[in-house]
Design a protein around this ligand. Structure first.
Ligand code: PBG
Length: 335
């Protein structure tokens, strides 16, 4: 009998790490932080154990906590004091993100990324201007998920430009538009360039799916649509070819980093983007991916630390260069 080929030889202690193909370092990770203008005390986010919305005054201490773990980058989300139909607080000089970023840049060495979107700032919770400019109360917008809900794509672009420039004015190192608005990268690039921010990179949420894994985030950032859903602007989870098209458009428009979101259910998309486009790939390990491991661990069904690490390792193995994850601090602390 011939001997079998024996891949097990390389799994022995001592050799395993020498042949390991993938590593995770704190410098690969980006920690999301939530700044809340409606509170003066930290508010735990129930569906995301260990995460809090912090008041503007705590933005710096919150980021210092992140830096202590070895994670060097944060992505800042804001919960504004007020919402309206146009989301005007999203580009206010004294807006929640603008104030927080200014303080973080002044007092820490963190690399600061901002999420550029309208859904946390509009009273209807959608990621753009509604066509009739109405709010949730407008009769055209009652109970619709179809014809009544039309986002005015091109007028939304102007708002994204203002938001991006206001974030850069506050000191954001990088902006990350997440609204899946057609043409957003080109619009933001030219707005940044005209404001002399040609060195501020754009990390585009290039392939962002209409995913139910965002559920806990919508509690965290108070950004759930008040009616309808996001299926007319975020991508259909059934589609992979369309992701290549979306990503290619963002590359043409000058995107610096290409993001796929969510991460674990979309590892095939991460691998495709990595293989087909010559730009760094980011993956967003979203709130639902975090919450489900916590929930299972609470029941004693999974080991939280081990499954969190395995998740992040797998996302890197699939092709991500950087990962936005609510596990960032926990993992970095262990590395
Ligand atoms: C939109 C935005 C969302 C997330 C990040 N940016 C929510 C959405 O599209 O509904 C989700 C992140 C997560 O689930 O962790 N501004």
């Amino acid at each position: 009998m011939t001997q079998p080929l024996r891949p097990r030889r390389l799994r022995a202690d001592g050799i395993r790490s020498l042949v390991s193909e993938t590593t995770v370092a704190p410098s690969d990770l980006v920690a999301p932080v939530f700044i809340d203008a409606t509170t003066d005390q930290r508010q735990p986010i129930e569906s995301m154990p260990g995460h809090e919305r912090v008041p503007i005054a705590d933005a710096v201490p919150r980021v210092e906590e992140v830096l202590e773990t070895g994670v060097e980058a944060v992505i800042v989300f804001g919960i504004p004091q007020e919402k309206d139909a146009r989301g005007t607080r999203a580009w206010a000089t004294d807006g929640v993100v603008q104030q927080a970023v200014r303080a973080i840049r002044e007092e820490t060495d963190a690399y600061v990324i901002t999420d550029v979107c309208l859904c946390e700032y509009t009273d209807h919770g959608h990621c753009g201007l509604l066509e009739n400019e109405g709010s949730a109360e407008h009769p055209d917008n009652q109970g619709h998920e179809g014809p009544g809900l039309t986002i005015d794509n091109d007028r939304t672009l102007e708002l994204l430009e203002k938001i991006s420039v206001s974030h850069a004015d506050a000191g954001a190192h990088m902006v990350a538009p997440s609204g899946m608005v057609d043409g957003m990268v080109e619009a933001i690039r030219s707005a940044l360039d005209s404001a002399d921010y040609e060195n501020v990179p754009i990390m585009t949420y290039a392939a962002k799916y209409e995913s139910d894994f965002y559920g806990p985030f919508r509690d965290a950032a108070d950004g759930a649509p008040s009616f309808g859903d996001r299926r007319h602007y975020q991508m259909d989870p059934a589609n992979a070819r369309e992701a290549r098209y979306e990503v290619s458009l963002d590359v043409e428009q000058g995107a610096d980093i290409l993001m796929v979101k969510p991460a674990l259910p979309y590892l095939d998309i991460i691998a495709t983007v990595e293989a087909e486009f010559d730009r760094p790939v980011a993956a967003y390990n979203v709130s639902g991916e975090y919450a489900m491991l916590h929930a299972a661990a609470e029941k004693g069904w999974l080991d939280l630390e081990a499954t969190a690490y395995e998740s992040i390792l797998s996302i890197k193995r699939a092709g991500a260069d950087l990962i936005i994850t609510y596990f960032a601090e926990d993992i970095a602390r262990k590395l």
